[in-house]
Design a protein around this ligand. Structure first.
Ligand SMILES: *Cc1c(COP(=O)(O)O)cnc(C)c1O
Length: 368
């Protein structure tokens, strides 16, 4: 039996056409080409920032952001303990100290009330992550970062197209980072983008991602750099994805509303709730908390042909990150991990499939 997957890319637009064009007509398969230029223009325009720099992944986007902001040994960077590991890993790659903050119970984003407790003289940056497409409380975060002279880096890998206070996410950080991995709302297969309004930061990141060189074809290294470049082929796919961005968002909104309608009044389910009316979430992964055994529910769902995902395992519970947690407790992150499940989410899901998923999910929950 073919299972309904948790995520699936929608590549049914001009993706193939542009890819073929890049190969056949343009003949550019590496990191120069018209699709790279076009992709960066589209990213800046769609996310509303002056500068957009393409790179090889969401993780390398975050690494470039920290490097350009000068984060290094002796600095502390605050990261939510409940997230995908990438934003935490890049802090360690920079030689800085990772400081975890718990999430709040409603929206599973970093708990702004905990930030003061994490502040020291060495705090240099905060990485804010919009969990599952729910924007953080950027009113509070932007204000707090300004007040304490702390750099804000947005990790909007999961929230393409979400808004806070009428502004698209990606508009709040000194640098804002997006991932275009295959399961994200917009994809280039692998890929990322750094957004900023600062030309200085943009140029620093552009040099760092290109082996420390400012221009091509001249072996002039200004700094020790990296190769974090996106290819023209990935950008070709990305250009086609941007053409249907609004359609994707609409389809995901419809999907989310249907999930919420069909699962309403189910006593074992708690939805992700926004803490702020200003937050306009997008649905990256439709995720809920349940008061049943997650593993058993996922197994039974799988037997019925529905794939699912457990929540992120909080980073303080994972061996490579434990030394940074220093035996602190993060009860809300642990609660979310113990009770959370993500259901299939993509623009390709039909109404029938969402109904099928909900029917079976409710049955499994009733049985458990
Ligand atoms: C997916 C994701 C990333 C990593 O992106 P890659 O493109 O896979 O490197 C970073 N942060 C968050 C929150 C993510 O969900």
């Amino acid at each position: 039996m073919k299972k309904i997957p948790v995520a699936a890319p929608d590549l049914s637009g001009n993706e193939v056409k542009y890819l073929i064009d890049a190969i056949k007509n343009e003949g550019r398969v590496s990191s120069a080409g018209k699709y790279i230029d076009r992709f960066e223009v589209l990213a800046a325009k769609n996310f509303g920032r002056k500068f957009a720099l393409s790179c090889s992944s969401g993780t390398t986007a975050l690494h470039l952001a920290l490097l350009a902001l000068g984060i290094g040994p002796g600095d502390e960077v605050i990261v939510p303990v409940f997230t995908f590991a990438a934003p935490a890993a890049v802090v360690i790659h920079c030689g800085a100290k990772l400081v975890f903050v718990d999430i709040n119970k409603n929206d599973w984003n970093l708990d702004v009330k905990e930030l003061d407790k994490k502040l020291t003289k060495r705090t240099k940056a905060l990485i804010a992550v919009d969990t599952y497409g729910m924007p953080c409380d950027y009113d509070y975060i932007v204000h707090w970062c300004k007040a304490h002279k702390i750099f804000l880096i947005e990790d909007a890998a999961e929230s393409h197209g979400a808004f806070f206070g009428g502004k698209p996410v990606g508009n709040f950080g000194e640098v804002s980072c997006f991932s275009f991995y295959g399961n994200k709302i917009l994809t280039t297969g692998e890929g990322g983008v750094c957004l900023s309004d600062s030309q200085e930061l943009y140029e620093k990141m552009a040099i760092l991602k290109n082996h420390g060189m400012r221009s091509r074809g001249v072996y002039d290294h200004e700094v020790v750099g990296y190769n974090y470049r996106m290819t023209n082929l990935q950008a070709a796919v990305g250009c086609a994805q941007f053409e249907r961005f609004q359609k994707f968002l609409k389809a995901r909104k419809t999907m989310k509303l249907l999930y919420e309608k069909l699962l309403a009044n189910c006593p074992s389910i708690t939805f992700q709730l926004s803490n702020d009316k200003k937050a306009e979430a997008v649905c990256w992964l439709f995720s809920v908390l349940i008061n049943k055994d997650i593993d058993a529910v996922r197994q039974k769902l799988s037997e019925k042909g529905v794939a699912s995902r457990p929540f992120f395992k909080p980073l303080h519970l994972q061996k490579p990150f434990q030394p940074y947690a220093m035996n602190q407790k993060f009860p809300n992150a642990e609660y979310a991990y113990q009770h959370g499940i993500s259901l299939p989410s993509s623009t390709l899901l039909t109404e029938k499939q969402v109904s099928f998923i909900c029917r079976n999910f409710k049955r499994v929950l009733a049985d458990e």
